[in-house]
Each structure stands twice: as C-alpha cells, then as structure tokens.
Design a binder for this molecule. Structure first.
Ligand code: FAD
Length: 551
C-alpha cells in the first residue's frame, strides 16, 4: 500500500546530525511510527558514514571511500522514507515557534523548518587550540571523509616521509599506526606521561612498548607550544619543553569538544563539562527537544557524576532511546561506562568502567586491584598468547569498578564480559562463577574472566593476602622468589631469597622471621601457592600481584 499523504496529524521530527546518533534515531523512529514526517539534516556531504573507519582509510587498509558509507542518503530515503538534506546546516532554533532555521550550504538559501519534536545529534568537534601556526597547511584533524581524503592526497602530493601525531589517545594511536602502514616515520607528542589517557599508566606502558617496537617515537610529558613553517615546506612542531620536531604532515588529535553551540544559543541547559544536559530519556531542558551522542553529558555509570564520553556505541543506543521517548515509550539510558577498544599494531587495548587514577581523582577509597596474565586459550593448544588484565573492585562487597586489558588476542571478549557484569552491578564473585564457553582453541576451563574473579575473590576473602609492586618495602621485608632456577637467573629482585615453590615445604626454615614476606613468581600463581603454604605454617606472607610480569 502506498504511504498516505502527510497530514496535520503526522508528527514532524527534525533531526540535526545524520551520522551515528542521528541516523540511528531516524531509523528507530521510522520503525516505531510509519507515518511520522522525519527530516534528517546533515551539514556534511555524507550521512551515516563510518567515522571509526577513517584512520584505516587514510592507511589504505580500507581502500574505497565507498566502504565508509554505511547507508547513503538514497538508501535512507527509500528504505526508511526519510527526508534527508545534506550540505544543510541548522543555524538557529526558535523554541517558542518550534522551528529550526536551516541554511543550504550550496546556495546559502535559508528556510524555516517546523517541528513537533527536535533531536540534536551534532557530535563533537576536534579540539584546535589557538596555538601559533595551527592553521598552517599540512596540519589536519580527522572527523569526516573529506578530512581523510585531504590527508591522503597531502601525503601523496608532498611524498610525506615524516609525521607528527599530536595526542596519544585512541584516534592519535590509530592514525600513527596507519601512517606507519603508509611508510611514514611517526612521532607522537603527548602532554601526559603516557599514551592512552583512559588507561592506568602501568597498562599504557605495554602499549608504548608495542608502539616503539614498530618504530613509533614517543615524546611523552611534553605539550605542543606552536607550529612554524620552514623553508623545505615542512612544519616545525615546537613543544613546551623547548624541543622541536620537523614533519611533512601533522595530525592533531588531542580530543574532541561537544558541539553544543546551537543548543546553547537556543537557551538549552548546558552541563558543567560543556555537553548538552539531558535526562535519562535523552530529553533536554526543553521537553520538545532531545539530544544524543558526543554532544551530550551523560551519567558516568560507575562514578555517578556527569561525564562526556565520545563513543559510537553510546551514540547509537541514545539515538534509539530518544526515538522511543518521542514515541511515548519508557526506555531510559543507563549511563556510559566507557567500554572501548583500540588496535595498536596487532595489540588489542581495551577498557571498561573506572580506571584506578579516575577513582583516586574522584576521591574514591575502599577499592583494590589485581593483575593477571593468562593466555587467551588453553596453553597447550597451538597459538596460545598471553594477555595482561587489571581488575579494579570494591573491597567491601567485590563490586567491579573497572577493567583494562591488553594482548594480541581474546582481549575484547574478556572486557565485554566484564563490561556486562559491571552493567548488571556484578561482583568479582560473579566473575568467579561465570559460566563461559570453553574448548581449548577458544578459552580456558578456567577462563581469564573466571581467573580474574577468583584472584580478586581470594584477595577479598583474605585467602591470598596481596601486595603490589608499587607499595614500598622496609628493611625487614623478605622478597621470596619461588620460580625455578632458570627463571631466577634470567632476572630477579636484588637480595631476593630464592626457593622454588616445589622445595618450599622442606626449606621453610630458611625463611627469616619477619612479618613482611612478599612472595613472587612469574605471574602470581606459584606465589599464591607459596603464600598459602607459608600462612598455614604460621608465617605472615603476601603475594605480589601479577608476579614478576607486573613489576
Ligand atoms: P557524529 O557521528 O560526529 O555526527 C554528528 C554529525 O552532525 C556530523 O556529521 C556533523 O556534520 C553534523 N552536524 C553538526 N552540527 C550540525 C548542524 N548545526 N547542522 C547540521 N548538521 C550538523 N567510537 C567508537 O566507539 N569506536 C571507535 O573505534 C571510534 N573511532 C573513531 C575514529 C574517528 C576518526 C572518529 C572521528 C571518531 C571515532 N569514534 C569511535 C567516535 C564515534 O565516531 C562517535 O562517538 C560517534 O560518531 C558520535 O555520534 P554522534 O551522532 O554524536 O556524532
């Protein structure tokens, strides 16, 4: 049957921003309301494109621009019966009259668009501080397909050999990898002392090692102060420490800022972090206007306060929730916990929930952490690869607060399971008991996730008193290395007493009487057994979490 013509009773929904949040909102709305008049407005040339694929398009791994178009305007029109206006910018909102002023960016023509419901999904723009020389040719940010095309042609035309990536977050790292893939020599300049700011420093250190193994130079703890064009046509990047790096191309990736100016000029409430304020139904301070995606402030699922976390998954889910709310459904958004993954030269780097440093920054106490280094599948099955996982939890009840992991395989699956457990309010005891799929080529009978839960639960139950390498020792501390001789000889703590765990029962008298025995092995497992032996022989011992590999 043909669609009936629009009448006064058709709900008019205008959506500003036609990519992740906006397009998903439009599609959901159409599924819920076949008769609504849905108008998707997009400033750029493309709707519903894969911004997450842009670094790989620059690197040539994604070869065709066409592959980045998840759904083009034609498909959105035919499949979802949407009105789609590209190269059209929303420049003003009249909340009284319920109209949006649209400007056609090709013709300059301005038109007024009435709405019953308005959805804002304008995303976030790359931060470009007013540094000297920031507008020099050859300095780029990455947000759109045209951005990626310009970067590609700049590299080709200038035959670029050296690149500076400013910012060591996930877009910076993806760009660095892809520029290396194109044969460029890359230096990352990062203000913090670590790459991947959402991770804790000791986890990020493993990522830094992988970057260096692939020839990426790191200038950490140094902020860019300005840029200068030099005669050779190159750009000189000057830093606060006084250093200078020369390059043919600079990628600026120091983060993004919510595009909240349209909302602000319409008098909508803006949160403390600069994002549009919304309630759990993604409704703004105006009940006829919803906002979703990178432009909004959301509840931090773990820490509870407001936050801005620019990620594709939350933007898509929020788009659906706004559509539900517009159609009178009761869906609510639970908050964002920052579950994210990035690939770095074959290494999977993933995290969910709060980091240790975020907890410290927020003044949260009463939490503990453990480190484990399990294989992604049974060790005896060919191709076993080690991963490194940090789990953070409340000591009072074991509730999981966050996890971070790196490794060549199997990382995403473990972080996803833990992410779900966090969302369900789960604890380390739930991880201990989680029933997960197992065959030797896929996992372990005690999966890495179970294992993390068991180690954390042992700590809480005080079956395994634990100490961290970062905790200071005193003159009376006895470090007990319980690895085999060959391992000990490869490297050990100065002054450590060496008794392999298999000999510990017979040689227990060699251990000096002290209240501070710290056992360690390679990854923590034999250290745990040694700790149990010592405890049951009346000695006071603690296991060094994660063993030698975590030091
Ligand atoms: P966007 O997808 O940015 O869409 C907003 C759109 O609104 C833009 O196209 C903009 O042109 C348009 N717009 C803005 N203002 C107006 C206006 N006034 N009028 C008309 N149109 C307007 N997230 C992940 O989870 N995983 C990843 O691997 C990942 N990789 C990424 C890689 C890159 C290079 C980038 C840039 C982002 C990446 N992200 C990733 C983040 C993810 O893409 C965003 O979180 C997501 O796209 C946000 O959706 P959104 O709808 O809020 O904004």
């Amino acid at each position: 049957m043909k669609n009936p013509p629009l009448t006064d009773h058709n709900k008019r929904v205008v959506i500003i921003g036609g990519v992740a949040g906006g397009a998903s909102c439009a599609a959901r709305l159409r599924r819920l309301d076949e008769h609504a008049d849905i108008h998707l407005i997009e400033r750029g040339q493309h709707v519903s494109f894969a911004n997450c694929g842009l670094p790989y398009f620059v690197g040539g791994i994604i070869e065709s621009e066409h592959s980045l178009l998840v759904a083009d305007a034609k498909l959105l029109r035919s499949r979802f019966n949407l009105r789609v206006s590209t190269r059209t910018e929303a420049v003003g909102i009249d909340r009284e009259a319920r109209t949006v002023m649209l400007r056609n960016l090709e013709t300059g023509l301005e038109t007024m668009e009435p709405y019953d419901a308005l959805v804002l999904s304008p995303g976030a723009a790359p931060v470009r501080p007013p540094l000297a020389g920031i507008d020099l040719p050859g300095i780029f940010t990455v947000r759109t397909i045209p951005d990626a095309l310009v970067i590609r042609s700049w590299i080709e035309q200038t035959k670029a050999k050296r690149a500076i990536v400013v910012g060591g977050g996930f877009i910076g790292l993806e760009m660095a990898e892809n520029l290396v893939h194109r044969g460029l020599e890359v230096t990352i300049v990062e203000m913090l002392n670590q790459v991947m700011p959402p991770l804790d420093e000791e986890v990020a250190e493993r990522v830094a090692i992988r970057l260096k193994e692939h020839g990426v130079k790191l200038a950490l703890g140094d902020a860019v102060a300005g840029f200068e064009g030099i005669e050779s046509g190159q750009i000189r990047v000057k830093t606060k420490s006084g250093a200078a790096h020369e390059a043919d191309i600079v990628i600026f990736a120091i983060g993004v800022r919510p595009e909240s100016s349209l909302a602000k000029s319409a008098g909508l409430e803006i949160g403390q972090r600069g994002g549009i304020a919304v309630n759990s139904q993604m409704q703004t301070s105006d009940p006829q206007i919803w906002a979703v995606g990178d432009a909004v402030e959301v509840k931090d699922f773990v820490l509870g306060g407001n936050t801005v976390i620019p990620l594709g998954g939350p933007a898509n889910r929020q788009g659906r929730i706004a559509a539900d709310a517009i159609c009178g459904r009761a869906s609510t958004y639970r908050g964002t916990q920052g579950t994210a993954i990035v690939g770095v030269f074959g290494m999977q780097v993933a995290a969910t929930g709060a980091s240790e440093k975020a907890l410290v920054r927020e003044g949260v106490t009463g939490f503990e952490k453990i480190y484990i280094h399990p294989n992604q599948h049974a060790g005896y099955f060919p191709g076993a690869k080690q991963m490194h996982l940090k789990l953070i939890f409340r000591t009072e009840d074991g509730r999981i607060l966050g996890a971070q992991a790196v490794g060549d395989e199997g990382v995403a699956r473990r972080i996803d399971v833990i992410a779900m457990c966090i969302q369900m309010g789960g604890s380390v005891f739930d991880l201990e008991e989680a029933e997960l799929c197992y065959a030797p080529q896929f996992g372990g009978a005690k999966d890495a996730v179970n294992f993390a839960g068991m180690v954390a639960a042992d700590l809480i139950r005080n079956d395994m008193p634990t100490v961290h390498w970062s905790e200071s020792s005193n003159a009376g501390t006895c470090f007990l290395d319980v690895r085999e001789l060959a391992e000990f000889e490869e490297g050990h703590l100065n002054g450590a007493l060496h008794i392999p765990v298999g000999e510990l029962r017979e040689r227990i008298d060699e251990i000096p009487e002290t209240s501070d025995i710290r056992t360690y092995c390679a990854v923590g497992q034999r250290g745990y057994l040694a700790t149990r032996i010592l405890l049951q022989n009346g000695l006071r011992s603690r296991n060094l979490s994660g063993g030698w590999l975590s030091r």
